[in-house]
Ligand binder design. Structure first.
Ligand SMILES: Cc1cc2nc3c(=O)[nH]c(=O)nc-3n(C[C@H](O)[C@H](O)[C@H](O)COP(=O)(O)OP(=O)(O)OC[C@H]3O[C@@H](n4cnc5c(N)ncnc54)[C@H](O)[C@@H]3O)c2cc1C
Length: 403
């Protein structure tokens, strides 16, 4: 990262090893772990908190995503949650004083058939009912918003219409992580990088702390926010989760003139594209179908995704793929997050963020902190782990960036 070096943040790290005991220990210094620590300290005065990461902050998916922020989800509870998060993002620069490069771009969600057009019309109506700004628009309006599009879809994927999510946005991912880290550190939270948690301390069926490469640490509450590694950590506490880990790949091209304004997703072709502040075209798709912890790019993915995106945006054929990367995603069986109690005293969880958790960082952190501090967080109540036992799964067909 060398852009805008003059605006990089001052992270006031504490030196030395972690203390032997904290009120709250959070495993994982991604966006969710750090945001939870930040809100515990700044909203609830709980500062005796330690965040531990086996690598560096933001080294997981919080520093690997395609940075899309939106709330046009498919079930009312999700729209309410993600709309709250989207609005928190809009205020985050003012709140933290950090420039996260937040940019409202609008998101076009293409329909290439009559049936997906109906899906997008339904999405727009349901979003409106829940307070998210989404309208159904026709081909002419799509072309006005994004002149680069081939509305014939190469003759094979004609554009029937789209839902247009006015407040769809992006923000620089590692800056979001740094903003929360700086705010938490300034409020007195300890953040220790390169400190893997290797096990949990148990007293009977209660989790009482963590084992780390720097010794044991006692904690009143331990929170797991470890992204794709959650199955291992939950297993230490004997918690079985309805989660499978899948790889998600993305890539950027070389820079193109700064003229591609919105984020565009295709429901039928299953890919999405936006332009970064550096001018690169940023392209993503669905996660790999098979469960895996492998963080490699496959040629098959690059080939398929390039072909689909060129079908809709012929100018992309003149660009080159410059960089590709992969993250491992904690995908729940109902495609919704899992937050809060695990049924094991002293052990809480923030997981199921799959391919959609970047946009949820502010609200996820805020609500989990509220739950720890007050014992109640109504906005995330539907997303508890106990929903699976109650047969109240939150099946959301619109959680991924392409559906
Ligand atoms: C290619 C890609 C594109 C994406 N695009 C989007 C998007 O456009 N919009 C969106 O909303 N979401 C997107 N996502 C999903 C989003 O990035 C994640 O859901 C989100 O970042 C998860 O944040 P987290 O804090 O839960 O996990 P992470 O950021 O993965 O952090 C987990 C941390 O835990 C640490 N850790 C793991 N095990 C241990 C251990 N034993 N001890 C200590 N530390 C440990 C890791 O080192 C890591 O730093 C995308 C993901 C990928 C991979």
């Amino acid at each position: 990262m060398n852009e805008f070096v003059e605006t990089l943040l001052d992270l006031p790290w504490q030196v030395g090893d972690p203390k032997p005991a904290y009120d709250v220990v959070i495993i994982g210094a991604g966006g969710h772990g750090l945001a939870t620590a930040y809100y515990l300290a700044t909203r609830h005065g709980i500062t005796n908190v330690c965040v531990l990461d086996s690598n560096f902050i933001g080294s997981g998916n919080s520093g690997r995503n395609t940075t899309i922020i939106r709330s046009n989800y498919g079930i009312p509870e999700s729209v309410a949650f993600y709309q709250h998060s989207l609005e928190m993002y809009q205020r985050l620069e003012d709140e933290t004083g950090c420039w996260i490069m937040h940019s409202q771009k609008g998101q076009i969600w293409l329909a290439h058939s009559v049936s997906t057009a109906r899906t997008e019309q339904t999405r727009a109506l349901m979003n409106q009912a829940m307070g998210a700004k989404t309208d159904y628009i026709g081909p002419k309006e799509i072309k006005d918003l994004c002149p680069q599009i081939d509305l014939s879809g190469g003759g094979r994927y004609p554009v029937h219409g789209a839902s247009y999510h006015h407040e769809g946005a992006t923000a620089r991912h590692d800056r979001v992580v740094w903003a929360y880290a700086q705010g938490a550190l300034r409020a007195g939270v300890h953040v220790h990088q390169h400190t893997p948690v290797t096990g949990l301390l148990m007293d009977g069926d209660r989790v009482t702390g963590v084992q780390t490469s720097k010794g044991n640490i006692s904690a009143g509450t331990v929170i797991s926010a470890v992204g794709g590694n959650v199955t291992t950590v939950a297993n230490w506490a004997g918690v079985r989760l309805p989660i499978r880990t899948h790889a998600l790949q993305a890539f950027v091209t070389n820079a193109h003139a700064q003229e591609f304004a919105p984020i565009v997703s295709s429901n039928d072709l299953v890919f999405y594209v936006s332009q970064t502040p550096r001018g690169q075209m940023l392209i993503g798709a669905e996660y790999d179908r098979f469960a895996s912890y492998r963080q490699a790019t496959s040629f098959a993915y690059l080939q398929a995704c390039s072909k689909k995106s060129i079908t809709m945006f012929p100018f992309l054929s003149k660009l080159r793929i410059m960089r590709s990367w992969t993250g491992i995603c904690d995908v729940s069986t109902d495609f919704s997050p899992i937050m809060g109690d695990t049924g094991v005293p002293g052990f809480m969880i923030s997981t199921g963020w799959g391919t959609w958790g970047f946009k949820a960082i502010p609200a996820g952190g805020e609500q989990l902190a509220q739950l720890v501090a007050t014992g109640s967080a109504p906005l995330i109540e539907p997303f508890g782990l106990d929903r699976f036992a109650k047969e109240a799964a939150m099946a959301d067909p619109s959680s991924a960036g392409t559906r």
